[in-house]
Unconditional design. Sequence first.
Length: 87
Amino acid sequence: MTAVTVFTVDGEPLPFVPGQTLAAALVASGRIAWRTTRGGGRPRGVFCGIGVCYDCLVTVDGTGGQRACLVQARAGMAVTTGEGDDA
Ligand code: FES
């Protein structure tokens, strides 16, 4: 059996499987977008999935501009979502 642990997204617990990226855990939970663009408020989530497009930005433990598709989930992380580049 695979262990499942938890990080938080905007204060809500989100389970993940060790080895998943933040983006993988978010998508697995049913979230396809977690920020909006500054210019038009358009929803963004994973687009490239390989760290190129910056569509998946989140704030991790207070550090903004983190690409969710590249950051491996760890127990206890505090992830916040937002708008534009401030994610
Ligand atoms: S999905 Fe493109 S950088 Fe993360």
